[in-house]
Each structure stands twice: as C-alpha cells, then as structure tokens.
Design a binder for this molecule. Structure first.
Ligand code: ZN
Ligand code: ZN
Length: 165
C-alpha cells in the first residue's frame, strides 16, 4: 500500500520535468554519492510530513544565489545537492508534497519546485534541462556538506561570502 503510493508519487512527479537553476554557463558536475559513510542520509521538512533519504551523504553541495531560490527559501541563497532522481526515496504518507511550476527562469524553461504544503519547506527542484537529475535542498538534513560551487554568482548579495570546499 505504502509502496504503491510512493511509486505513484514518484511516477507522477518524475513524468513532469522539473528544477531551479537555469544558468547557461554553468553545467554542474554531478555530485557523487560516495561512501565516506554507507549510512543512509535522511532529511525532513519542518513539519516532518515529508522525508527524503539518499543512500549516503553527498560529499559536496552547490550554493544557488538565484532570485527564485531566495524567494522560495526566505534566505539569501540555497544549498543544494545535485543528484540522480533515482537516488531519492521519498516518504510522504499524507501527500503533503506539492509542485510549483516556476516559469520565471532566465532560460525560459519551466522548472518544478517541490515543497511541503503543510509547512512550506522547499524540498527539491527538477529542470527539463537536466532530465533524471534533481536539486535537493540540503537544508532538509541535519548535517550539510560544504558547497563546492556556486550558481548565479552574479545575483549574490555583496555582503554574502561562502567558503567553497
Ligand atoms: Zn512539512
Ligand atoms: Zn536557484
């Protein structure tokens, strides 16, 4: 029953191309999920309705300074893991996860911002530009890997400084 629901959800979600970063000059290398630890890595939204588990903690994250991430997260940048969608195991028993199709991108692509409709926490973003990939919000996790690169550095607040790994 639960698996059926999950499968339905994943199918529903991933048939629609979805994400957040539409930088034309920045093709991110996929963050490898290496096994510094083989422990599963689980993050949750604020209300814990939605949890997302990866096989292991990614080694590095990516910071995004785009305007849309700022608005969606209420901060000056977002920290993301650029991962394979298939690495995500999503648990959402109350079906709280909703999708905002965001057309306001520099590329014109419509990206799919997944969020928890109960508490508003951003979850992950999908983009048609990188099918099969997801930008997972690192803030869902208690321990966050250091960023190795930056998206939309031109939109970075002048008073923000990030020490890249
Ligand atoms: Zn929530
Ligand atoms: Zn962004």
């Amino acid at each position: 029953m639960w698996m059926n629901m999950l499968h339905f959800l994943l199918t529903l979600t991933f048939n629609i191309p979805a994400s957040c970063h539409e930088s034309s000059h920045h093709s991110p290398s996929s963050t490898s999920i290496h096994s510094t630890s083989t422990m599963p890595y689980t993050g949750r939204c604020n209300c814990t309705s939605v949890s997302i588990t990866l096989p292991a903690q990614p080694e590095r994250s990516v910071a995004c300074h785009c305007i849309n991430c700022k608005k969606a997260g209420g901060g000056s940048f977002s920290i993301n893991y650029f991962i394979d969608q298939s690495d995500m195991t999503i648990e959402d028993p109350s079906q709280a996860m909703k999708i905002y199709s965001d057309p306001n991108t520099s590329s014109g692509n419509i990206i799919q911002r997944h969020f928890c409709s109960s508490c508003g926490s951003p979850l992950f973003t999908l983009s048609p530009k990188v099918p099969g990939k997801a930008y997972l919000k690192a803030a869902l996790f208690d321990i966050v890997s250091k960023p190795e690169s930056v998206f939309f550095g031109d939109k970075q607040e002048e008073w923000v400084s990030i020490n890249l790994a």
